[in-house]
Design a protein around this ligand. Sequence first.
Ligand SMILES: Cc1cc2nc3c(=O)[nH]c(=O)nc-3n(C[C@H](O)[C@H](O)[C@H](O)COP(=O)(O)O)c2cc1C
Length: 311
Amino acid sequence: MSIDLSVNVGSLALHNPLMTASGCSGYGKELAAYDDLSWLSAIVGKSISREPRLGNPYPRTCETPSGMINAIGLPNEGWESYTRNTLPLMRELVRGKPTKIVLNIVGHDLDEYTWVAERANDESDIAAVELNLSCPNVAGGLQFSTTADGCEKLVKAVRKVLKLPLIAKLSPNVTSVADIARAAEAAGADSLSLINTVLGMNVDWRKRKALVANGMGGLSGPAIKPIALRCVYEACKAVKIPVIGIGGICTADDVLDFMVCGASAVQLGTVLFVEPDAPQRIARDLKERMREAKVEKLSSLIGTLRAREGA
Ligand SMILES: Cc1cc2nc3c(=O)[nH]c(=O)nc-3n(C[C@H](O)[C@H](O)[C@H](O)COP(=O)(O)O)c2cc1C
């Protein structure tokens, strides 16, 4: 039985549904040391801003039951160095492979986001731009993700200048994911990705101290998968554009859980810290799970969940 793992996220044709999640594997070279990047359909780099950023004070991460908290604060080299040093390296890494490059961008305000987005148009080999409108670890970082109005304004402003496919990455730290998803769609996003991390906290009572210097941070890993599934399911019901599922994915079954809830593709985040060559295992297992279920085309499973009456 021949198995077809290919999926489409709007105009993005992917040979399988496995992308990296921003911030969990740098810009590709960190993974290339462990695995052939061909197992991934896209590398989503760490968020890039106009100016370089140092990020938050250390410690920036800690472990939690079934996950981790990070308060990294979006350190990055800034646009100029990214295009001079990192993007050329990414192009080399994916040359001859089916793996696409997705640029994830962040800004302090509309002006910074649009500045970066506009310049992305001029760079070859960027398949899509993902807007990080939802980082919980930066002062003011939630302003665009927690209200439908804020989200709509940002997506609209970026849409106006960006010619590439636009993915709006949403936060779970909101009252209504559906409202924000609809706002992003109305403003012209081509697809959505969710979720970013869940606002959380971990402490050492003996030291009377939080375990990350920032106090609070973003929870990720298997602990957040049920929250992510719920958010993806709600977003898929609210919009017509495709949705990319993110949150605690570690196995082929996790991928399939997201896809039956409506996700057209997925991103792998925290699992890559534990197992940098997980994409290979997950891609192989996906084929196995599909053979067992006698499903030839992965895309035929998207959105096939039979929700309980009234759920
Ligand atoms: C250490 C770390 C850094 C992250 N940095 C970014 C980032 O720069 N931009 C972004 O959009 N998301 C960032 N994220 C969020 C992830 O892309 C992802 O949405 C989240 O971790 C949930 O997926 P997971 O449970 O598979 O890790 C980061 C997550 C972690 C754990």
